[in-house]
Ligand binder design. Sequence first.
Ligand code: NAG
Ligand code: NAG
Ligand code: NAG
Ligand code: NAG
Ligand code: NAG
Ligand code: NAG
Length: 411
Amino acid sequence: MQQAQREDEKMHAGQRKSRVLCLMMMLNILICILVGVSLNLGQEKGGSQKIRIPSTKFWSKHTVSKSYWNKEQQRLGFLYNPLIGTVLANDTLSELPDWLNNTSPIGSCEPDYSVTTKISDYNSLPQRFQDFLLNMRCRSYPMVMDQPHVCKGKPFLLLAIKSLTSHFDRRQAIRESWGKAGILANQTVVTVFLLGNSTAVDHFPDLSGMLRHEAKLHRDIVQWDFRDSFFNLTLKDVLFLEWLNKRCPNTKYIFKGDDDVFVNTLRILDFLKGLPRKQASDLFIGDVITNAGPHRDRKLKYFIPESVFVGGYPPYAGGGGFLYSGELGIRLYNISQQVPLYPIDDVYTGMCMKRLGLVPEKHKGFQTFDIEEKYRNNPCIYKGLMLVHSRTPQEMIQIWAWLNNPDIECQ
Ligand SMILES: *[C@@H]1O[C@H](CO)[C@@H](O)[C@H](O)[C@H]1NC(C)=O
Ligand SMILES: *[C@@H]1O[C@H](CO)[C@@H](O)[C@H](O)[C@H]1NC(C)=O
Ligand SMILES: *[C@@H]1O[C@H](CO)[C@@H](O)[C@H](O)[C@H]1NC(C)=O
Ligand SMILES: *[C@@H]1O[C@H](CO)[C@@H](O)[C@H](O)[C@H]1NC(C)=O
Ligand SMILES: *[C@@H]1O[C@H](CO)[C@@H](O)[C@H](O)[C@H]1NC(C)=O
Ligand SMILES: *[C@@H]1O[C@H](CO)[C@@H](O)[C@H](O)[C@H]1NC(C)=O
């Protein structure tokens, strides 16, 4: 009896199953019809049944810009487009840029004198521009000092600080305060100083012996043999990214900044600790400037002539200091090979970010234009900040002492 009942139930179940199947099929058919009708309607409404004939040839060359940097960008763009790149390789690209030419020895890059005729007002440009333009296609320079093992312990935070040979006191103040390498708040912090060569051309005294001594003492100096000048800061940035890719690809985060800023490393570590994973890999924060463009006033430090660059600047983080993820650092290294050097280093980083389809994010903890004067001696103000510009070596040590003093109570 029980047996029969079960058979009965099975039969019922079978019937139910086929009924459900049938229903589902009908539903499917209905959906198909509905979708078909609505698609037809859509086409009639939008009139998209007509075949569009493009008014211009899709392969036509972009109009070539008159400004040198813009032209170089187009050239690199073509070079990286595998389809068009091969076509143009016979035309304007007979010579590869030195960083893409594996057979070109490091440091062998010659000034490109053709710029003197390619740029209409070359001869009237300030000397620093002429120097920049002549060497714009060079970015392979030999290292003078390296720290190949500095990132062995997979740092959590790498502090990469742009410095000049003569700034011994700034570097020492940073080592004794916010840039002290080692374990901080349970995280590994590694510090390196990025240097070029302070050359006799710029009337720098020869401090190379003292620098070698310093490097032996602290093992945190990374130096390349190029002329350390304002317009070569982008070169320093690009060489740093290359170094990062080779020597420190596993660092979780990077702070890159100047040697005259105060950084609240504790606040930064605390911020990073609470960061969701998804946000962490694309992290890029700083004092972000938007809607800026080149200055056309010759007297300004940031003057850029129209013969060199036209267009607006993408959003960029002020070069005093910004924070980004190690993962993003490697992507920036990759993309930098497709972006010609630009004389202003923080704008250049913004240009690379734009090509990656990313936007740097403004964080109010970054005060690259300093805080109001009345707060500058208030220890508690610094607890909530990530960066202040500018501070002397003595001020760095004072502020760091405030931050680490348990007797100072802040609300
Ligand atoms: C480029 O030039 C080489 C020889 O000069 C030729 O073999 C090749 O087909 C050319 N490529 C294109 C895409 O025109
Ligand atoms: C690469 O560099 C070498 C040595 O400087 C040079 O002879 C050669 O023409 C370069 N190749 C290209 C494709 O630019
Ligand atoms: C540091 O890590 C140790 C061990 O993982 C843990 O016990 C300690 O609480 C941590 N300290 C801080 C300040 O996070
Ligand atoms: C750096 O500059 C000095 C002074 O101009 C010069 O003597 C030296 O050869 C340059 N290169 C290095 C690697 O120091
Ligand atoms: C950048 O460095 C190179 C190599 O030392 C030098 O030839 C060039 O003049 C420098 N550029 C500027 C703008 O100082
Ligand atoms: C960087 O480029 C190399 C070579 O083109 C590629 O193998 C690598 O995946 C790229 N890395 C990132 C993070 O984009």
